[in-house]
Design a protein around this ligand. Sequence first.
Ligand code: ARG
Ligand code: ZN
Length: 878
Amino acid sequence: MRDESGAVIRLEDYRPTDYLIDRAELDIRLARHATRILAKLHLRANPAGRPAAPLVLDGDELRLVSLAIDDVPAAPEAFEASPERLVIHAPPAQPFTLTIETEINPTANTKLMGLYRSGSAYCTQCEAEGFRRITYFLDRPDVLSVFTTRIEADRDEAPVLLGNGNPVAAGDAGGGRHFAIWHDPFPKPCYLFAIVGGRLDKVADRFTTMSGRAVEVAVYVEPGKAEDATYALDALKRSMAWDERVFGREYDLDVFNVVAVSDFNMGAMENKGLNIFNDKYVLASPETATDADYANIEAIIAHEYFHNWTGNRITCRDWFQLCLKEGLTVFRDQEFSADERSRAVKRIADVRVLRAQQFAEDSGPLAHPVRPRQYREINNFYTATVYEKGAEVIRMLKTLIGDDAFRRGMDLYFDRYDGTAATIEEFLACFAEASGRDLGHFAQWYEQAGTPTVNARGHYDAEAKTYRLALTQATPPTPGQPEKSPQLIPISLGLVGQSGAEIALSPAATAGHMPGVFVLDGPSATLTFTHVPERPVPSLLRGFSAPVRLEIDLEEDDLLVLFRHDSDPFNQWQSAQTVATRAILRAVGAGTPPVPDRRMADALRHFLAMRAGSDPAFAAQVLALPTEADIAREIGHDVDPDAVHRARRLVKVEIGAALAAELAELYGKLSTQEPYAPDAAGAGRRALRNACLDLFAAGLPAEGEELAMRQFRGADNMTDRFAALGVLSHLPGTARETALGEFAERFRGNALVLDKWFSLQAMIPEPETLERVRGLMRHPAFSMGNPNRVRSLIGSFAMANLTQFNRPDGAGYDFLADTVIALDARNPQVAARLLTAFRTWKMLEPARRAEAEKALRRVADTPGLSPDVADISGRSLS
Ligand code: ARG
Ligand code: ZN
């Protein structure tokens, strides 16, 4: 346990280190139980630090073997070493070297931070504070060093030895051992350090950069899986080309390696020249990966590659600035996927994720600003707010200053801060300079937590031909921020006539900003449009131009006008979602099916006839109803998850039944046999066909079951097979159990596919599910030691099964509490992440709220908790 556990770290306390480490030469001798690290650090006093201060290096569970200062063994009174710290009382005044030898046990490292073993390979994860588990260091992002790394291992056990930077030497080390030396010429913080050693296969290629340099690119995987890495390699090359084309950023080393490992706490990691990935985001074949898996692989490969400039060449001054690299890099990967696939569909998918994850976080006890001001455990701040809302802030910036100024600002940022550890203020100053705009108020998006609500009320004066739009905004209180100020909210908007024509905006309405964008920067504003020939329907927040909740007094008929005619595809989709949301909310209130609303079914029928053929991916998004969690957030307080589930089900059944004929026909039309390819067009057709199957089965369960079973057995790809299994999983009976059995049998031994199988069963909205989940924990393919297994089975149950996690008897909460407590001893990071399933507990009805609180309190009161779980349980209860 780290001894600063419980201490609060504050942004305002930042000060530079007293020493700098210009160079780090590491010699790592890999061995399963006793790996030795010899680190020669070249230090000097930091001109910005305190003179003649003691040198305090960070450690975590380290054992010091030997220490020399300027190559002379250090006298015992010259230093003090503990597992967490190495203090040199009076370092030399001139630049000096420290030679530190430590010993660690990678096999015993179940936290998967620092150097650990995954399968038969050695690998590392150092962000945020894992490097201190390898050797003593100034483990913080503002200490940049040039690393040279010698790795030695048994040739048999680890024929492949990879490090950061470029390979400079390799050879025999005697006694069955061999070595490789890697040199990274770019100064970097130690969180970007990585090594890998193991028996691995690879797929490799060559990428020629825009200035004509050849780069060896390779993806390393477990033996026998190289073929499943070809899509990832292709995505990597496309990412490299895109970053040159769109941001002018060229790759800077001779090699770029990606390694897939099966035990990984997060998605992936951008170590310089040596990205390490959760294999879930690398391995794919048509038989084992869905279209969604392929899209994730593409996005995460791009994300980690893009970090080379936004994160590595320019890093963060301190961990409070995490969004400087993460929000920006998410924005970049979103844009990449939008360019490679459908921009409209990508935006809808991203907003779905934002609302499901970030809005949920922002409305509960774990809410925090995009740039937090304090933390106890930084690993708990790799959140949807830092990542997804962080990306929305960059998107708003681009909307506000326009594409050209945005690109100039980025160029200036790369130019000015290359090779440094920067702050949000420095980043924003580049855009202020490039655009000539004052971004002072805009910067508040980094400081103020909570999701603003924008309320809009429209009034048309037929006589004067004017349309008045009254806008107000308010942000609810969040922990530590009881009073909120108005945010600066870019509202992209248009007016749509009853027959669908776009009404020209009188110029005054959005004067001073980008065309079609009104900037709401106070508590309220009234917009007056003149020369409006007919009563318009306002289309607000086009493209979801700001991460806010929009309340607008539109009638169903007006929403349907937008659904049919809006030139903005996001708002087309949004208006259909709003109509469906209202129908479900009415059903929650009534407890019975609402009076069937013909208009919605008619509009969907018309829409499918017009658009299903030309834009299937978009049509699939339209057919997907808001989730139970969406509805729960809409209700906001005293939520009864069972009532939400019943109401949503009723509406789905009603729509499915009303459209059964059209859905069946469309399903048939989309069933033409074409060989599977993971491209966007094919994925769109499969998405729509599977959305049809899902709705059809809700309306006509018996026929749906038969159709789904046929698709399940006949599919030649995982997308269709798994979608069919998903439909079956919601139909209780023997067909479901048969299909689940066949699936497990077919994919026996394939851990990543069985994760899907675990997750699907954990999401069944029936009271027997908790017992099923307990049973699956004893399945031979399950292991509490593997984060992917834990997340697919227990994570899916807690995060994606609203009715069963929130069972009225509290058994779901107790189960999660027990699991988190047990897991905490082994892997605190994954345990803490699992516990965030309670992030919305305060919006439940009182009986469930009491049960949830009891379970949370039991976790919080457990002795010996990690700082990770102590922090989440503590904040959740506050
Ligand atoms: N920087 C990684 C990314 O690309 C995430 C690493 C998070 N690691 C952690 N231990 N919290 O998003
Ligand atoms: Zn990242």
